[in-house]
Design a protein around this ligand. Sequence first.
Ligand SMILES: NC(=O)c1ccc[n+]([C@@H]2O[C@H](COP(=O)([O-])OP(=O)(O)OC[C@H]3O[C@@H](n4cnc5c(N)ncnc54)[C@H](O)[C@@H]3O)[C@@H](O)[C@H]2O)c1
Length: 341
Amino acid sequence: MGNVVAAGNGRDTSRPGPPLTVAVAGAGSIGVAWSLVFARAGHETWLYDPAADRRAAASRELARRLAALAETGLLAEDPGAIAGRVRVTANLAEAAGEASYVQECAPETLEIKRELFGLLDDVAPADAVLASSSSALTCSAIAAGLAGTDRCLVAHPANPPYLLRVVELVPGPKTAPRTVEAAAALLAAAGMLPVRLHKEVTGFVFNRLQGAVLREAYNLVRDGVIAPEDVDLVMRSGLARRWSVLGPFETVELNTRGGIDRHATVMGPAYARMGAERGQADRWEPDLVSEVSASVRRRFPREAWDDNVAWRDHALMVLERCWQAHPELSGPARTTAGAGQ
Ligand SMILES: NC(=O)c1ccc[n+]([C@@H]2O[C@H](COP(=O)([O-])OP(=O)(O)OC[C@H]3O[C@@H](n4cnc5c(N)ncnc54)[C@H](O)[C@@H]3O)[C@@H](O)[C@H]2O)c1
């Protein structure tokens, strides 16, 4: 787990850090969710938005989200106490003036983010980290030419970050290593699972993996192979269940006697043909398979393969029990359809 700061399949391995002042710039879906993450971690959290309607809505949305978490038993503290740590403001200098860390959550528009980072670089303390939630814009585009470009990075969350805790830390070429360290430490202490990318790449990793699945899903529907609802069923009931306890490399390690190396030998040619059908010529070269295999075997030693397979099956049984105990996991749309409406 070399690049995972707070390791674990969703286990809370974080240790709360000291209370800090944190700013969130932009009070839309992601901004409200991030403010919950930081306030839940005990930080005094400023939530800035230039739009009056968003400022008004943000407090209501925060209270609603906290109430839902409390109802599900996922809060260790009174929701009102957490909400009380979030202050909504129309003043960026007030929000960021004493912040140790700023999480930018403005619209996904380069001009808006560039201007906002320029302002933040002026008003935030010199040692504050400036992190963007951007889904696709890179740090080198957002923070180009700033005096404080070395303290900027992308910290791309999944939505909502207080439930899907993985966050991609993507430095630009000018980002200082200490910036990545500081962001990783603060986010891990707030219960997040920061994963460090070594360099900028379009879409980062979360959306590239999601994109690979979506591209193929669209292609299969276009080619008349399967109906859209059955793509969702295959994913929801098959791959996603498995992937909620194991990553794709871990999956093939435990699915194949002989592990990932044997999987690459036996199944590699078939996967290469599937790629070729889509115009992709990337092959699983032996050196690459060896590198991945070594990483997987550090986490899942081959000599414990049978035990690890038994653990996987146990994990799937726990999930199955959870699905059976909670029919609402089948989703509101499907529940409605099942009710004959
Ligand atoms: N929604 C997602 O699933 C998701 C997931 C990961 C990352 N992100 C990223 O998070 C960012 C925000 O996305 P969102 O879905 O919350 O968008 P959103 O449209 O819900 O919210 C954007 C907020 O930014 C405010 N805003 C406008 N101009 C601003 C400025 N100059 N300074 C500060 N705030 C300003 C708007 O009033 C609005 O409240 C985007 O970069 C997006 O790519 C979104």
